[in-house]
Design a protein around this ligand. Sequence first.
Ligand SMILES: NC(=O)c1ccc[n+]([C@@H]2O[C@H](COP(=O)([O-])OP(=O)(O)OC[C@H]3O[C@@H](n4cnc5c(N)ncnc54)[C@H](OP(=O)(O)O)[C@@H]3O)[C@@H](O)[C@H]2O)c1
Length: 251
Amino acid sequence: MKTTGNIILITGGATGIGLALAEVFLREGNQVIICGRRREKLLLAQAKFPKLQFLVCDVSNDENRKELFEWTTSNYPGLNILVNNAGIQRQIDFTKGTRDLLNSEDEIQTNFSAPVQLAALFIPHLLKQDQAAILNVSSGLGFIPLTIMPIYCATKAALHSFSWSLRHQLRSTNVKVFEVIPPTVDTELDRGARAQRRQEYRGVPPSEVAEATLAGLDADEFEITVGQSRGLRTNTPQEAEQIFQRMNGNW
Ligand SMILES: NC(=O)c1ccc[n+]([C@@H]2O[C@H](COP(=O)([O-])OP(=O)(O)OC[C@H]3O[C@@H](n4cnc5c(N)ncnc54)[C@H](OP(=O)(O)O)[C@@H]3O)[C@@H](O)[C@H]2O)c1
């Protein structure tokens, strides 16, 4: 996939991995549009990178998704890359019954339903472009779960499976489907939960994921693993069990 001269929409592009992706894509001569729920974060991102365009949008909301599609494709008819990056991560303890589940934002809507619905909305438009791509940002935790965040991990496993099917369905078209599989990354995703549980390792910088994504796009590497996520993606069942115990043993 070409990595310059594209028009790219990044959901959740105002912070973390999304913003790092926006930075490398702008550097490489692409036009970048971002969206997110917090206007102040979008404005801060635009102040840092004035060429960035943005729309306030909650991708978990059906009407908002349709507005995002209409606004981006009418203002940027050449839009040819959709990056499904927006995500949330919550700790949910099922021994408390529905307490955590009902008191938290719906990870299934944001992390899985939104990429599915956005793919369906944008694919007819992407099919009209010379070259196009969908990049779904999943996670190493989609391959081996961290059990304190069971829904998060399940949404990422689902996104992996969906990306695989979509890639196959679109294999004879101009739309390539990529999956970016980050390891632990130092962002605001966990809302301070890593600090609360005294997890010292905060992860790789978002820029590392962004550079690996750019290289993966350029090389048509459809599953882009980064650092430790390579080991989570490719292991034997015995290795997977050992890693699972190491990751979850203390909780
Ligand atoms: N950090 C990690 O360790 C890690 C590892 C593997 C995968 N990932 C994945 O990487 C992606 C980016 O996360 P990040 O680590 O960069 O965390 P982040 O800095 O918290 O970024 C998430 C972004 O998504 C946006 N967002 C959340 N819900 C949204 C919604 N309903 N509609 C629109 N935008 C929404 C947030 O902005 P608003 O709150 O303003 O909407 C935020 O800008 C996520 O899919 C995450 O699962 C992260």
